[in-house]
Design a protein around this ligand. Structure first.
Ligand code: IMP
Ligand code: MG
Length: 181
């Protein structure tokens, strides 16, 4: 593997490990959605890398759609304020929806998305995340499929960014303590 970029400490999951695990999760999804089709919904931008890799290995009919969100702290400093910046192109009423996430951290983003999507009457709504940092969870959210559980370190690659950089790394890496990039 090539040398990691400056600011990056070490590789956590190699490209090979990632693809092997994604194939396992895709097989599980294919079994559970047998006889149905599944709509994958990803949150821009990080999750598109995981969505495309996952979709390629799912063996039931797949459609895709995207949501754009912005999350911020409000004036009083309350965490977890999320709003939709780009809505889905199509309705999800009656569909079997699988929400595809890059990472679940505090759970605020996912809770908001689940509430929003549940209000649109899908036939079913499940969650598939690439990474899960359960130790930092503040609000409890259901997670149906996860590729990897990670410790409390900031990670980049395979869609995950630091200041919009590193999304294109094929592997997942731990950022160095200074994040000096
Ligand atoms: P939360 O679950 O609402 O706290 O937020 C999850 C979002 O925070 C993810 O969709 C990422 O955009 C971002 N995020 C959290 N942890 C990391 C990380 O380690 N690297 C890159 N982005 C992260
Ligand atoms: Mg981000």
């Amino acid at each position: 593997m090539s040398v990691v970029p400056p600011g990056v400490e070490r590789v956590l999951f190699t490209e090979e490990q990632i693809h092997a695990r994604i194939r396992e999760v895709a097989a599980e999804i294919s079994r559970n959605y047998q006889g149905k089709s599944v709509k994958l919904i990803a949150v821009l931008k990080g999750s598109i890398f995981f969505l495309t890799a996952l979709a390629r290995h799912i063996e039931v009919p797949v459609s895709i759609d995207f949501l754009g969100i912005s999350s911020f702290s409000n004036k009083s400093g309350a965490q977890g304020v999320v709003r939709i910046a780009k809505d889905l192109d199509e309705a999800i009423e009656g569909e079997d929806v699988l929400l595809v996430e890059d990472i679940i951290d505090t759970g605020f983003t996912l809770r908001y998305l689940l509430q929003t999507l549940a209000g649109r009457a899908p036939n079913s709504l499940a969650v598939c995340t690439f990474l899960d940092r359960h130790s930092r969870r503040i609000v409890q959210v259901p997670v149906d499929y996860r590729c990897f559980e990670i410790d409390d370190r900031f990670v980049v690659g395979f869609g995950l960014d630091y200041n919009q950089l590193y999304r294109n790394l094929g592997y997942v890496a731990v950022m160095g303590p200074k994040k000096n990039v």
